[in-house]
Design a binder for this molecule. Sequence first.
Ligand code: GSH
Length: 221
Amino acid sequence: MSPVKVFGHPMLTNVARVMLFLEEVGAEYELVPVDFVAGEHKRPQHLQLNPFGQMPGFQDGDLVLFESRAIGKYIIRKYGTAGLDLLGENSGIEESAMVDMWTEVEDQQYYPAISPVVFECIINPFIMGGAATNQKVVDKSLERLKGVLGIYEARLEKSRYLAGDSISFADLNHIPFTFYFMTTRHASVFDDYPKVKAWWESLMARPAVQRVCKHMPSQFS
Ligand code: GSH
């Protein structure tokens, strides 16, 4: 039995993020289902793994971690190979600084812009219990997202990936929320940013990404 356990449901964005890094580095792991509809993530057993009552929980032997981006870095450092330098740490301090910077951009600029659209159009109505979409929130977030995508377009005119010409942790962190965004009727927003669109398509073509995304529904009604 693998010492690595991911607790949660694979359709959930932050659970998918952790699985993505495990798949990218080829680590063995066990996915332990958490029945979030029944509120299992708020119960004492899960709170020992994630005191915030959220998913994922993560365990590797005696080590327990929460926060999907931090878990992702741990997975790369422990199970990554020199050939796949996702944190840029084998390349040099400047390369790893670029990965750190674009990782912050994902967390501080991209995620706050794209996630309200995904919450309003997909997660709240279809995954977490049926709330109506607030169109004002969607419209405001789309405007913010367009600003961020403009900056990405300019960056991706200069390099193949965000942190440079090699794929990194920063790029891969975009996958879970962008995947769901692309299932909404707002997906065409990306058409105005050809470099971003090509970058997104190259991420989606990765076998590890395909393996994780097959657990994420792409049609909602
Ligand atoms: N920053 C946390 C991470 O990256 O792990 C966020 C975790 C999070 O929001 N998880 C969602 C969750 O558990 C599922 S993707 N939602 C249910 C809840 O908050 O009660």
